[in-house]
Each structure stands twice: as C-alpha cells, then as structure tokens.
Design a protein around this ligand. Sequence first.
Ligand code: GLN
Length: 472
Amino acid sequence: MESTLASLSITEAAHKLRTRECTVRELWDACHTAAQSDALHAYLEVFAADEAAIVSAQARIDAEGENAPLLCGIPLAIKDNILIKGKIASAASKMLENYEATYDATAIKKLRDAGALFVGRTNMDEFALGGSTENSAFGPTMNPHDAGRVAGGTSGGSAAAVAANIAIASLGSDTGGSVRNPASYCGVVGFKPTYGSISRSGLIAAASSFDQIGPITKTVADAKTLFDVLKGTDTLDSSTAPEGSYPTFSKEVSTIGVPRTLLEQGLDPDVVQAFNAALEATGCKIVDIEIPSNKPALAAYYIINFAEVSTNLSRLDGMRYGHAARGATLLDDYVLSRTEGFGKETKRRILLGTFVLSAGYIDAYYRKAVAARSALIHEFDEAFKQVDVIATPTMPTPAFKMGEKSDPLSLYLEDVFTVTANLTGMPAISVPMGTVDREGTKLPIGIQFTAPRGADERLFTIGAAVTGEQLY
Ligand code: GLN
C-alpha cells in the first residue's frame, strides 16, 4: 500500500504538523487523495475541502504550537450514521439516501472545536444492523487484507479505511460490537467506551440502550486521544453520565479474567492459540472466571436489539422522516415508503422487534431478555471484584468470505464475545493480536478486553501492553 501522510497515526501526524514537516494543507491533500483512491468501497462520499477550517487549523498550530489540541488539522473519516451539519447522513440506507444533517452530532462538534477536519463518510451496515457491512444499501466494503472477504461490521468502512491507510483515524458506532468487530477483521484498534461517556446526540439510533460512538485507530494512543476529546456529559443526551458517576479506578492491570467455558464452544483453534499467546505475553496473572449468563447473553442482546430497533425506526415512515413513496391511500403511502426504503435485515428486525414487544409475547421474550441482562451485569460486577479486566478473542473467527454468512443466525453467532459489553454498559477494546493463515493469506485477529464501567483507562493500559506502545 502506498505510503502517504494518510498512513500516519494521529500522534505522528500531529508531531509532523508541529515540527513543520508538513502543513495542514499538505496533510489534508494527502488524506483527501488517499480517500479518493479508495478501492475497497470504504467511503460512501469523500468531502470537498473546508477551506476555512484548514486555514484556521494552521493558524491555531502556528499560534499555539505544542499547546494546540492534538487533533488540530487532523482529517478524520466518519461513519455514515453520525451527523455532520450540511452533509448527507444516510446510515447506508435508501431510506435516508438524501437526508442532509441540519446539525452537528455532539461528537462532531467536539472534534470541530479541537480543530479536526472531516475527509468523508464511511460505509456501514444499514442502520448499524449486521456484522459485515454486507447490509449496506450501497454495496459492501472489502477487507483490505483480502478483497474477497468482508471488512466486518457494522463500521466496516471506518475500519477498512484506517487499515488501508486511506484514513488517519475514524469514528464508528458500537451497538453490539460494531467498532470492535471490523477492527478485529481489519487489524486495527477499536474502542467501545463505557455507556454514557460519549454523547449519542446526532448519532442515528439503532438500539439506544446499547449504542455508543467509538474510535477506530492505528494505535491505542490514538484511541485514547479521541476518547479524551469526545467524552463528557451532554445536556442533549440525558443518558450521558455526570462527572463523578464512577469511582476512581487505578489504571494498572495485573490480573486478567478469562471466561474459559465460553471459549470451549467450537472456537477456531488458531484463534485460541493466538489468544493464549497474547495473554501470556502481557505478563499478567491469568484467572479463570465463570460468567454463567454469558450463555443467554446473545439471545438477550438480539431480543432487546430488535425491540429497540423497531421502536427507533418507526419514525422513518415517509411522513415524518425518510424516503417518501405515494400510493392510492394513506396506508399505501406508509407501506410503500417502508417497503422501498428499508433493506431485508432492517425489515426482519422491525418485524421481530414488534413481535417481542407485542402484548401476548412481551413477558415471554422482552422481559426475560431484560432479566437476563440484569443477571449478566451482576455477574460481571462480581467478577471484577477478582480481576482488573476480562479477556476474550474479539471475534470467534477471522474475516469470512463475502456471502459466507448469508444465513442471519450464523452472522449473529459471530457476536458472542462483543455483545456483553453493550449489555452491561462496560467499556471494551479490541487490539490486534496477530494473524492466522487462510488459503495463503494472513488475516488479522483481535483480542478484546472489558473493564468495569468508568474504568476505560485500564483498557488503554492493557491494550498498549499488547501492541507494545508506551502510553503513560
Ligand atoms: N452485529 C450486531 C448486530 O447486528 C452489532 C451491530 C452493531 O454494533 N451496530 O446487532
């Protein structure tokens, strides 16, 4: 892959800007050109230069030097479900194909205030529903390591762009693993923060009690840089946690818990081997832990996801929002708009979500799932009395071939390790832990660490230990 300024990390690019090895304009031009050369369909749109922003970022670095925010003048790629004022935000759906955002998401506003630039919007599974970016209404994103394989999802475009060096760093969103899954498949870092630490204002909702925006980066240090700017209470999102909501956790990690029984369920042997080697290399004490509710977790996640998705997407009816088709009657208008606007997986979830919330079935499905979620939270809280972080592979397999998991259940099963962080609201990070060989190609795989709510910093400590970065 061609090495340009776009192949730098945030830390490296910020350094070059400060030492005048490059200007903001040169960095922008290099990233813009790299994004335009996208052969993976990682981007849905590459933006034109925001001249005023480029000039003001340069002026700020000239005036403030080392004191300018690290993100000043850094072009970032943004998942297509995060609103940037004046830009299309389609959530990779025909329903919102022409929807132009009328305001900035809080995350975007914070990046803008730090002087960051936006190079384009990245491909994803429609409404963040999926695990491979094959559900995009505009076609899939290819894996940078093997174009016949998926990039992962749902933030597949954001991860592929970073891995292919056609973005310095990006934002994704994670409802059940969508930042960590493509990070694992593409070989980059993906971080899902504690629920409520980054505002969801301006993030197109999938399942509101799970959704979090998260960075996808080349290094753990970059994930921390983005998190430090993005986090914080927001009056526009009442689910953001006020300052002081959590105890002060130490950043140190000395004990890692491993839910061994979960790993015994038909995992890829190469993945297990790489996982054990990565764990050993941390030098930490490894403790086997039991989380019995891991078993129903995946089912509970999908039931709650369907329920919340069906509710959130009801506003997209061709009257209030979204693709508007007109038929002979008012009912036809609704039916046609939603039939034409939504893809297959989205429709499946709306139907199932409506079913699990219906009067006759809410006790059997939705309420049981909510109870399982509470039990899981309790068991994780108990486990964290013994261990500092919990580790699993991020995904049970490396990136699979396009079309290989067209049966939705087989795709859902890929999420067995990632959904628990969303069910519990806990932070989790995926960092590369090596590669496995598939048909002569080396495919990256990731290791995932989970920490207690509010102990996000611990994940940077342990993540950096795996990648060999010097963080603190
Ligand atoms: N694969 C999971 C799902 O389909 C997670 C998606 C996500 O995190 N947005 O719901």
